[in-house]
Design a protein around this ligand. Structure first.
Ligand code: BMP
Length: 213
């Protein structure tokens, strides 16, 4: 993975122009942009290609289907220009492997979700997060998603995934601290609303970069 800034911009905006503007403005402050259903559904899959001419794109469709459908979904976003994809691990080894295999064919990165950052993740995901992290490592993902809202869980997941990248959402709008997440072992922070909804996105990104330096 590219690692200059350790910041991944979550582009959960509905306007293609705003997405392109933010990416252009912030391109030197971020390593990747992450796009998911909100932007892709609003602006069309072509937005992935357009953004990728400015910054590498991680397509966050949290792919969670049977293996053959996972392959089709993964290939669609990879063909559109994504440099990385995010899949769920809870669907099991065969499904996750299908997404990892698709990523490999495109020389792209594959990430698996272990434990999510929102409170509801404590209901079903947290109790099995270690198993999900182990499965992700066994499926040879490039990295996992782990919660900045619970730095102690990042530390635990790090002990399972070894050198694989940990990309960590939940900073800012969800209450997580950038510095604590990095200290706990996150390689990258995924930050959305606190940057995208700010009147001065570049200033917020700079403040986060200073905090983790
Ligand atoms: P924000 O900084 O606005 O809370 O955005 C976080 C981003 O990370 C969103 O795109 C969200 O879908 C994603 N995300 C998350 O917040 N928690 C997870 O556990 C996994 C995610 O992909």
């Amino acid at each position: 993975m590219i690692q200059n800034t350790r910041l991944i911009l979550a582009l959960d905006v509905l306007s293609k122009d705003k997405a392109l503007d933010l990416t252009s403005t912030l391109r030197d402050k971020i390593d990747y942009v992450k796009v998911g259903y909100p932007l892709i559904l609003a602006a069309g899959l072509e937005v992935v290609g357009e953004l990728s001419s400015i910054a590498p794109v991680i397509a966050d469709l949290k792919i969670a289907d049977i293996p053959s459908t996972n392959t089709l979904i993964s290939e669609q976003v990879l063909e559109a220009g994504a440099s990385g994809i995010i899949a769920h691990a809870f669907v099991g080894r065969d499904s996750l492997s299908a997404s990892v295999d698709a990523a490999r064919e495109f020389d792209a990165l594959a990430f698996a979700v272990t434990e999510m950052s929102h409170p509801g993740a404590l209901e079903f995901m947290a109790p099995v997060a270690e198993r999900l992290a182990r499965l992700a490592a066994e499926c040879d993902v490039d990295g996992v998603v782990a919660p900045a809202t619970r730095p102690e869980r990042i530390r635990l997941i790090r002990s399972i995934v070894g050198d694989r990248a940990i990309i960590s959402p939940g900073v800012g709008a969800q209450g997580g601290s950038a510095r604590s997440a990095i200290k706990a072992g996150a390689d990258y922070l995924i930050v959305g609303r606190s940057i995208t909804e700010s009147p001065n996105p570049a200033a917020v990104a700079d403040a986060i970069l200073r905090e983790i330096r």
